[in-house]
Design a protein around this ligand. Sequence first.
Ligand code: GRF
Length: 211
Amino acid sequence: MLKLTVMVSGGGTNLQAILDKIASGDIRNAKVVKVISNSRKAYALERAAKAGIPSQCITRKDYPNPGQFDQALLKALQESEADLVVLAGCLVVIPQIVVDAFPNRIINIHPALIPSFCGTGYYGLGVHEAVLSRGVKVTGATVHFVDGGTDTGPIILQKAVEVQEGDTPEVLQRRVMEQAEWVILPKAIDLIANGRVEVRDGLAHILPEAK
Ligand code: GRF
């Protein structure tokens, strides 16, 4: 059983998709053991409480210096006994000491098709604003392993979403969440939990289902 610790910052719709897909059996051999938020106001914490999952808030402003925040986050993740850390709508830049402690065991959902519209400054609604400003006709979402960079780790799954005439950033964000994020993040977790993802030469490979 793969133990998941899910890191959140906001509404928690990606967390909810994970919980729903575990309940429906679409995600097999995994369970959420802890939710960690960097914001006390995150509705994701309500979702965790409703699901009876322990949660903790670790926010930078509670620590006098960045190193203490980094250590507190690492300690909380290690104490949660996570096999896999899932960044689900998480806006925290993951400290290198955490990445080093969980090599290829941290995944992130990015609301665009990496390497487009990603990297420093590209998060949340701003991603969709940039997509509309550029006039691309297809966008989507990406699940990737987290390495020391921003949105630079091995790509596990991607799903394309059509940009429609008249889209606002909010409408496009919702479509990307519904049609892509809430589909590929649970799928990636199921693949990892069932031994079907392998990283070789910096690339993530999806292994065929065992016969
Ligand atoms: C979503 O746009 C997600 O792609 C981004 O954060 C936003 C909120 O996600 N990472 P959630 O509802 O908190 O899961």
